[in-house]
Design a binder for this molecule. Structure first.
Ligand SMILES: Cc1cc2nc3c(=O)[nH]c(=O)nc-3n(C[C@H](O)[C@H](O)[C@H](O)COP(=O)(O)OP(=O)(O)OC[C@H]3O[C@@H](n4cnc5c(N)ncnc54)[C@H](O)[C@@H]3O)c2cc1C
Length: 275
């Protein structure tokens, strides 16, 4: 198992509230879930390499070269590289990471108390963050490119009835401004000639996710969003290369989906090995 960071667990480290939709393994957050899960996983025999950054991959030949110089050869490959948060790519976004750009409304809500906050995005994650922060912040402004918002109707109704939440649909944040930390955002509304600035001390960015398929581009068949296309056995267009979890599941990215598709791929591989 090759993991590019220093720890396994992927997105589980970003779940600060209770883990939903995984029956039988209740956990009050992703780290707790991971601990319980890891107890079982460590009973299995396998090699785990953390800090394993891929230099190149030849999927047909099943050969992986790591940046550290090691070369690995295998019979099958399972791609389980997941997704990452999409970034805005605007000035200020990188500069103010950890200095006003809020990682999670759920984790950081107490630290946000008394601050005016801007949430960027219009889906469930953006709406959920806005609603959570509205309990602690004097004002929450939600800026969404789309109209109507993509968030589920119950969230939209709650947003509309929360008196401290303002929604700017059909608008984009073009810059995040400040000195030592975030002091304002620049917002451009559809049809306006110029953006306007709004004072905020916190920004939450929730504009969706994108799949980690860059190392496999040109070899794996990907859909228009970059997700791996798989068969019902979770095999990709390359024989004996499988893709499981969020990287091949834009529709219902869940832990149970990742575990289930992993089980399918593992069964198929085992049955082929055992002839
Ligand atoms: C805030 C939040 C709340 C959530 N809440 C829930 C919930 O309540 N219930 C639920 O079922 N799901 C929830 N999810 C979704 C769930 O976390 C994911 O569906 C699940 O983690 C997907 O697992 P995965 O293994 O496919 O991918 P990931 O968890 O994304 O893991 C992918 C791993 O691959 C590594 N990787 C990426 N590229 C490379 C590379 N080139 N080389 C080596 N390693 C690489 C990454 O570092 C990462 O460790 C939540 C997600 C978030 C962000």
């Amino acid at each position: 198992m090759l993991e590019q960071t220093e720890r396994t667990g992927g997105q589980l480290h970003s779940i600060y509230g209770p883990v939903e939709n995984y029956p039988g393994l209740p956990a009050s957050n992703g780290s707790e879930f991971l601990e319980r899960f890891a107890e079982r996983v460590s009973a299995a025999e396998f090699d785990l390499w953390t800090g394993a950054e891929i230099q190149s991959v030849d999927l047909k030949a099943k050969r992986i070269v790591l940046k550290s110089g090691e070369e690995l050869q295998s019979i099958s490959i399972i791609v389980a590289t997941g997704v990452r948060r999409r970034q805005l790519g605007i000035p200020g976004e990188k500069e103010f990471a950890g200095r006003g750009i809020i990682e999670s409304g759920s984790r950081d809500r107490e630290a946000c108390a008394g601050k005016d906050v801007c949430v960027v995005g219009g889906g469930d994650a953006a709406a959920e963050n806005a609603l959570l922060l509205a309990e602690f912040c004097p004002t929450v402004t939600l800026v969404s490119r789309r109209k109507p918002l993509r968030a589920r109707p119950t969230f939209v109704t709650q947003l509309q009835s929360a008196h401290c939440i303002t929604v700017f649909p059909e608008a984009v944040v073009t810059r995040i401004l400040g000195n030592d930390s975030v002091e304002a955002v620049e917002i451009l509304r559809k049809g306006a000639l110029k953006p306007f600035q709004m004072a905020v001390q916190g920004v939450v960015i929730r504009i969706g996710v994108e799949p980690n398929t860059e190392p496999f581009q040109g070899q794996l068949q990907l859909d228009s969003e970059g997700y791996a296309v798989v068969s019902s056995q979770h095999e990709t267009n390359v024989a004996n290369v499988f893709a499981i979890g969020d990287v091949s599941n834009p529709l219902a990215p869940t832990i149970i989906g990742a575990a289930g598709t992993g089980a399918t791929a593992a069964k198929v591989i085992a049955s082929r090995l055992n002839g």
